[in-house]
Design a protein around this ligand. Structure first.
Ligand code: HPA
Length: 247
């Protein structure tokens, strides 16, 4: 059976609305996913939920086994993957709590396992990645947000950094010159692995803070967590409406 997968990032570790939920522990040729998958139904749709950092948030961005996560979701029937993520806002109109549907990516990560094309496991293909996100899914997020009266930023370039430290002000200035509007640590290689697997993948982001050097003073974890809590309420509403609309 095909399902819609949701990868929850910082601030989204469970979806308690999932009905008939079952926990499934999956092993993959690429190692262990971040946690057990939760399968069930939500708004009449078959869904699979996975906490990207583990349910107890024990896995930092550079240690997430992105390959195992995506492979496991596809193995369990996912053909569409919704990535929920927290970001910092670089562009002036992106404020803490803003909801963003990015349309482009610049990858600054390094030394992460970024491809499934390992000898003996998969034949090498050079995937097209001109448009890194699934247009149909992006449109569904934007439509649901507008219909729910939630302000949404409909185009943004996501700069993926290595972490786990936050950036310097100079790094953010450089990223802005490159064309980045938001910064996060988990957008890559998740998006390109999803493409390698032929999955329809798009991200919906909530801004947790002004990026380094853009706010007043240092970035505090407490401030990030508070902003995420309020932003996630909007994200959840959008998620549920997107699922409902797919019936
Ligand atoms: N930088 C990188 N990743 C992030 C940030 C940030 O400022 N905020 C939330 N995730």
């Amino acid at each position: 059976m095909t399902a819609i997968a949701i990868i929850g990032g910082s601030g989204l570790y469970h979806l308690e609305e999932i009905e008939n939920s079952r926990s499934e522990t999956i092993s993959t040729p690429y190692g262990e996913p971040s946690d057990a998958l939760t399968t069930g139904t939500l708004r009449g749709q078959s869904v699979i939920f996975l906490a990207r950092h583990g349910v107890a948030h024990t896995i930092p961005p550079h240690r997430v086994n992105y390959r195992a996560n995506l492979w496991a979701l596809k193995h369990c029937g996912a053909r569409t993957v919704i990535s929920v993520c927290a970001v910092g806002g670089i562009r002036a109109d992106i404020k803490p709590g803003s909801v963003i549907v990015p349309d482009q990516i610049i990858d600054y990560t390094w030394s992460r396992e970024h491809t499934l094309y390992e000898p003996g496991l998969a034949e090498v293909t050079h995937i097209d990645f001109t448009e890194p996100y699934c247009t149909e899914l992006r449109t569904a997020f934007i439509t649901a947000a507008i219909e729910a009266g939630i302000e949404v930023i409909t185009t943004a370039t996501y700069g993926a950094t290595q972490g786990p430290r936050l950036e310097t002000a100079a790094e953010i200035n450089r990223m802005e010159k490159d064309g980045c509007d938001i910064v996060g640590m988990t957008g890559m290689p998740e998006a390109s692995l999803a493409r390698e697997l032929g999955l329809c993948y798009a991200a919906i982001a909530v801004s947790a803070n002004d990026a380094a050097g853009r706010g007043t003073g240092p970035i505090e974890m407490e401030q990030i967590m508070n902003n995420l809590e309020s932003g996630m309420r909007n994200i959840k509403r959008i998620l549920l409406d997107v699922l409902q609309a797919r019936q």
